[in-house]
Write a protein that binds this ligand. Sequence first.
Ligand SMILES: [Zn+2]
Length: 326
Amino acid sequence: MTDGIHCLPIPTPFAVGRVNCYLIEDDPLTLVDTGPNSGKALDELEQALRAHGRRIEDLQRIVVTHQHLDHMGLLGILARRSGAEVVALDLLAPVLEEFGAYAERDDELAEALMLRHGIPRDVVTALRAVSRSFRGWGGSAPVDRRLADGEELAFAGRTLQALHRPGHSPSDTLFWDAERRVLIGGDHLIGHISSNPLISRPLGGRSGEPGDGRPRALVTYMRSLRETREMPIDVVLAGHGEPVTAHAKLIDERFALHERRAAKIAGLIAERPLTAYEIAQALWGNVAVTQAYLTLSEVLGHVDLLIERGEIRESEAGGVIRYEAA
Ligand SMILES: [Zn+2]
């Protein structure tokens, strides 16, 4: 079923643990995702390739599933050393080519959102510094081939169709082998954890247009999951953890989780108007600074669901947004 595809779990400095890169033994020899930009990740990637009789220099094609550091950090180093063709969704290409500039603009969006939703200035400033220091795990490379949503990528022994399914990130791309019913899924669907829809700058297409109001990451993500649910998938090769074999059941569980969380947030807002920051504190207490944006994204995602259903509405005072029962 997954013939010719090897999972290479590469260490990351992040809470998520190892990231799964995939080596596709086909013509061209292809690596899907790279691991973060660290000496340890590079070492382990070399060892993992060696276990399959390959070296970095043998890679002929590198495919990236989305814009997160643990999936693309080593891209520049690997592309230079191997001369491999770099392939990505057309909307992702500019991010990969100018990662630092994109990350800076993304941080500006995050900072404005955090202040607007009641997160104290000192927390925002601290988080901005953390984010800058994290950027070192990223990397850039010229993209040789840009795939449109739905375009097919041919190999000697298989064809992978690129599908833009944003939500976890604006650039989430699935690679679908319809003949074998195998989906290389990046972080779109992970078995052991619910994929956080982190609010990031839209990249166009299905992720929304840049500057088009506050991105609604969870609404976007759930729309993408609904489409994936209908696919005749046998196995999802996930970006973290074990392969997923019952994707529809797992997606239903995720929907149920988001419904429970939305109901809980609606209950809090029914008592009195709250900022998204106050909702996050009520749900999770005083989280670590590094988690502040993650939890804000989580709250705003569910707030968007409630607004869409007309259960709550937002009001603004002094540049800060509060939510109240409709
Ligand atoms: Zn990710």
